[in-house]
Design a protein around this ligand. Structure first.
Ligand code: RNT
Ligand code: ZN
Length: 414
């Protein structure tokens, strides 16, 4: 093991790349793992129902977490197979309480067990208002609903999540990103898009009016192209939120499944980073539509990681994940997807960045192509193994055996 790492280190050194620096850099990058892969986006509100809002987890693999304790146990297992220290991205409908507060009545105490647990585990927490899976969202209209009473309900919910997120961030000593995504849109062609967008903007303004310390909480807004049932128009489109984030100085969230299938999301980072201070990513894998497949080490992720590293954007980008597959082991899904994000970052950190930038500046397209293609064959795997070994985390067959054993232990959940 050590031998292959030492050999790899020399190969990379020959390319002018310091593997130790890459390993140290990777160790400082937290990934915000989303809680909702663990239970197919169902939540813990103690009522049955589907997620709605155009979000669709398909599959019925055994082992879905049915309550906060099971979800935390699954998360602990998953984090133990992921090298480094990370974060958990919690949605408001994952509250942990015997009370049954409606969305406009949630309070910090309903989430306190999560904070205690995060503290104990050394995890950061992020948060999200939940604007779906609720009777008042059945029309796929929330903050932009024509009914002022419904808008007020959701504004209250959003305000409360901001307060809760701020308290979470304060308790953990690290700002909680509170990400706003609403399902609002129309199945068929609307005739007054302007009115809908004005209502969404006004609701957001009211919801975000109260100032919170940025050391505790950061507001983010997430756009979308379309969803099932909202094929014709999404009120919170990319243009809507890009403008909003610039104007109101919030974070902009780019979800990789929320654009046209041929758009390159990695290409967008440098452009938006010139106008917004901080970014949030929902790293995902759309297949033909916003299908939220587990992320692979595919080109879209590798390019994303390379842009973050080469563009110097890591310090102001919060990397969150957003996928959910209910046809496979949910713990395996977390482990595979999160490690793939880390592997993509490591690959980017191990590229001969200076050399590449220099040849491009010199208009030497041949060398740029040669370097990028030859670099694909560098012994990246040995560096990843070393990183995992230093963090006490298995790779390869050892990892597979651990994932299988855990899945077998939860398969009896009905
Ligand atoms: C939905 C958005 C949103 C959700 C989560 C559960 O299309 O991507 O981020 O997936 O909030
Ligand atoms: Zn998302």
């Amino acid at each position: 093991m050590k031998n292959s790492y030492n050999a790899a280190r020399e190969v990379f050194a020959g390319w002018g790349v310091d593997t130790e620096a890459a390993i140290s850099a990777l160790a400082t990058i937290p990934i915000s793992m989303h809680c909702w892969q663990g239970d197919d986006v169902v939540g813990f509100e103690k009522k049955s129902g589907t997620s709605g809002g155009g979000i669709q987890a398909t599959g019925n693999h055994p082992g879905r977490a049915r309550n906060p304790d099971e979800l935390r146990a699954d998360l602990e297992f998953a984090y133990s197979k992921i090298p480094g220290k990370h974060r958990l991205n919690l949605h408001a409908f994952y509250l942990d309480t015997d009370e049954r507060p409606d969305r406009d009545a949630i309070e910090y105490r309903h989430y306190a067990p999560w904070v205690d647990w995060a503290k104990e585990q050394g995890l950061g927490l992020d948060f999200n208002p939940t604007f779906f899976a609720h009777a008042k969202a059945d029309d796929n209209l929330t903050l932009s609903h024509p009914d002022a009473g419904i808008r007020a309900f959701w504004i209250e919910h959003g305000q409360r999540t901001r307060e809760i997120a701020a308290r979470i961030g304060e308790a953990l000593g690290s700002p909680a990103v509170n990400n706003i995504w609403v399902p609002d849109g129309y199945k068929d062609n609307p005739v007054d898009r302007m009115a809908a967008r004005r209502r969404l903007e006004a609701s957001l303004d009211t919801m975000l009016a109260e100032k919170h310390d940025k050391a505790h909480m950061l507001d983010a807004v997430e756009s979308k192209l379309f969803g099932i049932g909202v094929e014709a128009c999404t009120v919170g489109s990319h243009e809507f939120y890009m403008g909003y984030a610039i104007k109101r100085k919030t974070l902009l969230c780019l979800d990789m499944g929320h654009f046209h299938p041929t758009e390159n999301i990695a290409d967008k980072l440098s452009s938006v980073a010139l106008s917004v201070d901080e970014l949030l990513l929902h790293v995902s894998r759309p297949m033909r539509w916003d299908s939220d497949h587990v992320i692979l080490q595919d080109d879209s992720i590798l390019q994303m990681a390379q842009e973050l590293v080469f563009g110097g954007l890591l310090a102001r980008t919060h990397i969150g994940l957003d996928f959910f597959d209910a046809t496979i082991s949910r713990t395996a899904a977390w482990v595979i997807g999160t490690r793939n994000m880390q592997k993509a970052l490591l690959r980017a950190l191990l590229l001969p960045q200076e050399k590449l930038k220099r040849v491009e500046e010199n208009l030497d397209w041949t060398s740029r192509l040669l370097l990028t293609e030859e670099a694909r064959d560098l012994p990246f795997a040995a560096v990843w193994e070393e990183f995992c070994a230093r963090n006490g985390v298995p790779t390869g067959l050892g990892l597979i055996a651990d994932l299988d054993t855990y899945q077998a232990s939860v398969a009896g959940r009905i």
